[in-house]
Design a protein around this ligand. Structure first.
Ligand SMILES: Nc1ncnc2c1ncn2[C@@H]1O[C@H](COP(=O)(O)OP(=O)(O)O)[C@@H](O)[C@H]1O
Ligand SMILES: [Mg+2]
Length: 314
């Protein structure tokens, strides 16, 4: 099983790339196999992982989307064990236009990813700051989407548009799409506004908000210029600690339930003479656990956030 997660928010500078790179690195350090697909023409996730632009000229996300290369030909290793990347470069700007007339234009990434996804426990797709065809491809290829929100006054600006787009995609193009959660980023504990934003977002979105909150940490902003994740650059920083916490929280959510079901089934097989009522108990437990997973439904478009974004409904 592989979980494909699209990291999206059409606002720029909210921490999408920082979250993609460091969450991926943290998951890899937990022993997971992870692929990052860089869908932003700026290529910040690629360069943040030490992949230089000239190194990915002849095989990157652009070639995958327009069908010039098989995705497997474009996957590159990074310095981190278990972390691979499909890089981006500025050509990707052109893909947005070239895709318009192509068949299956919304599913180009999905169709290619299907060929390699099973190798990985996680595929994280770093999106550009727009809701164009690149992000649509990412949302169509994904099981879930994760939204980084910066702890600032305009945090919710654009969120309703993103949720509406995701809602439309769920209706027409990817019926299984769900929200993975909201990650609060750049939290500043000395700033009252940061605390207010956290309280308000938690009260509106409840358990859709990850408990791990990413603080503002200068080490996180320095790491990319060294082509390193925070775990190579400064693994003792608060930024590293918090991204590791986030990875653990996500991993428990994604694979915790699957593991519990596996344990129940294993226990069931080990018991030689298992009685009927006990089998029923195991079956009930499985259903319960499945229901838990299913309850991660998409935020319904009718959640009112009127107090926060000036009257529009999400
Ligand atoms: N938690 C953080 N603490 C300090 N700086 C951060 C943090 N997260 C992101 N940044 C910095 O903020 C800027 C925008 O982040 P980035 O991840 O590139 O956002 P996006 O991909 O959404 O445009 C970058 O310069 C990045 O280094
Ligand atoms: Mg980015």
């Amino acid at each position: 099983m592989s979980r494909v997660i699209c990291i999206a928010n059409q606002k720029g500078g909210v921490g999408k790339t920082t979250t993609s790179v460091n969450l991926a690195a943290a998951l890899a350090s937990l022993g997971r196999k992870v692929l990052i697909v860089d869908m932003d023409p700026q290529g910040n996730a690629s360069s943040g992982l030490g992949v230089k632009r000239y190194e990915n000229q002849d095989g990157n996300a652009y070639h995958v989307l327009i069908g010039e290369k098989e995705i497997a030909e474009t996957v590159q290793k990074t310095k981190l064990e278990g972390l691979h990347v499909v890089a981006a470069n500025p050509d990707l700007v052109g893909a947005e236009i070239e895709l318009v007339d192509m068949p299956q234009r919304e599913y180009r990434l999905k169709n290619e990813l299907a060929k390699v996804a099973s190798v990985y426990d996680y595929v994280l797709i770093d999106c550009p700051p727009s809701l164009g065809l690149l992000t649509v491809n990412a949302l169509c290829a994904a099981n879930t989407f994760l939204v980084p929100l910066q702890c600032e006054y305009y945090a919710l600006e654009g969120l309703s548009q993103l949720l509406n787009t995701a809602g439309l995609i769920k209706k027409s193009l990817n019926q299984d799409l769900k929200i993975e959660g909201i990650v609060l980023t750049m939290f500043d504990k000395r700033n009252n506004l940061s605390h207010q934003v956290v309280t308000e977002i938690q009260s509106h979105f409840g358990d859709k908000v990850f408990k791990s909150i990413i603080p503002r940490n200068v080490r996180l902003s320095e790491a990319p210029s060294h082509g390193q994740s925070i775990f190579d650059y400064d693994r003792r920083s608060i930024g590293a600690k918090k991204y590791l916490e986030l990875a653990q929280e996500l991993d428990d959510k994604v694979y915790g339930v699957a593991q519990k079901v596996e344990e129940v089934v294993k226990a069931e097989n080990q018991q030689e003479s298992i009685s009927e009522p006990e089998i029923e108990k195991v079956e009930d437990k499985k259903v319960e656990l499945q229901e838990d997973t299913e309850s991660e439904a998409m935020v319904p478009p009718s959640i009112p956030v009127s107090e926060l974004d000036g009257g529009a409904n999400v």
